[in-house]
Design a binder for this molecule. Sequence first.
Ligand code: NAD
Ligand code: UPG
Length: 439
Amino acid sequence: MKIAVIGVGYVGLVTGVTLSDIGHVVTCIDVDPAKIVKLNQGIPTIYEPGLGALLQKNIEVERLYFTADHKKGLEGAEVVYIAVGTPQREDGAANLDYVEQAARDIAANINRGIIVVIKSTVPVGTNVHIKNLINQNTIDGVRVQIASNPEFLREGSAIKDTFHGDRIVIGTEDKETADILEEINKPFNVPILKTDIASSEMIKYSSNAFLATKISFINEIANLCESLGANVEEVARGMGLDHRIGPDFLRAGIGYGGSCFPKDTNALVQLAGNARHEFNLLESVIEVNNNQQVLLIDKIMSRFGTIENKKVAVLGLAFKPKTDDLRESPSLVMIPRLAELGANIIAYDPIAVPNARKHLSTAIEYTESLDEALRDTDFAVIITDWPEVKTIDLSAFSKLMRTPVVFDGRNCYSLDAVKKSAVEYYSIGRPSHTPEPIG
Ligand SMILES: NC(=O)c1ccc[n+]([C@@H]2O[C@H](COP(=O)([O-])OP(=O)(O)OC[C@H]3O[C@@H](n4cnc5c(N)ncnc54)[C@H](O)[C@@H]3O)[C@@H](O)[C@H]2O)c1
Ligand SMILES: O=c1ccn([C@@H]2O[C@H](COP(=O)(O)OP(=O)(O)O[C@H]3O[C@H](CO)[C@@H](O)[C@H](O)[C@H]3O)[C@@H](O)[C@H]2O)c(=O)[nH]1
């Protein structure tokens, strides 16, 4: 099948690379010419394990192309995927400007009926709106079919998620389009659910909202555990053994971030509001998460009283490990707060420092060395559970820091290991630990 993908961000690039890897001829189109230059040289524009090798392989066998020219990219395409961003608008709703522009780009450059597939996360009703927008603007009355095919990949495991996903969802208005989409996706060997368009659009938002709910639920339980003397890790383990609950997404911590959960939960609240439905549960999920992102500040202030001129190591900038993405990362909330309170900050991340320099306006020091980050600091705050941070020998804290006080937003260490160390330790939903004074 000859396929075009519009928008080569995270999702567009993974979509283009994996569709070509299963045998389709794919041309990816982006308005950013700098991205296209890099990608044509086989250089990935995102950090994603395993992506580089697949990118180079499929360019070499001439199944994968990149262009900044919509006309050229859409020429001969039988199916066109839209994978542009749907960022949050100020009122919380999804901004559809990029999707609408992609629709106009399609309308202006096709001369025969094609299938348009929306991969971007879009509110219920958008697929039909986009189909109408294209059909109203084509030359010579050309008509397109529409399909909703939401994306469920996670950053950092996007390739694995595509080839070993739990499901592929295809929402269409007619059986013929559904069958063509099924045929395209068959080689992924992932269960396919064919449904109507509105349900497909809703499955994406409901899935993200449910996962966010699990996280906020366990975070609320964690905060209660602290007051009642229980350990949230034990609680989550005990809950997760019930197969109706399951063990995933029950890791308590500093809250969820990333390019999806925050914006998609807000968009669903807006979508519900438009249908005159107050989504109280999801509003609470969002509120719990907002509070969770700054919870460590309270712990830090009750430990120190003031942090004016204290030197603090912030360990991790990305919203989760294995990505350099900072979008909605708790670090973007914590770092300005710590700076406002007068702390001098040195921030460590193994790969996200270049992105942080672009996104964080607070004047801080950066390093890609964990040792350098910890040296002579008064306390450390763990934001991202990077393997480098999780596997650190706890003695490094006492050897390198001025005072080994650690506020762990990701519960990186076992309490047994902490008890054997000289570290003063505060985590989420677990008892804190203050070492016995020596002598
Ligand atoms: N990032 C994720 O992990 C993830 C996972 C699942 C779903 N999604 C959803 O997928 C969509 C895309 O997300 P992303 O993170 O890849 O976005 P992104 O912002 O990283 O990338 C979008 C790309 O589209 C390009 N673009 C915008 N308008 C264009 C146009 N008219 N023609 C050609 N190119 C255009 C931009 O230059 C950019 O490179 C969003 O709706 C998001 O919610 C994202
Ligand atoms: O038990 C958990 C699991 C995750 N998180 C946090 O939740 C956020 C999101 O994590 P994850 O879901 O792994 O990352 P994303 O790449 O944002 O992926 C989510 O968002 C994507 C975009 O819609 C969807 O495609 C994926 O299915 C969905 O998991 C991160 O800040 C994690 O630290 C927790 O705090 N506790």
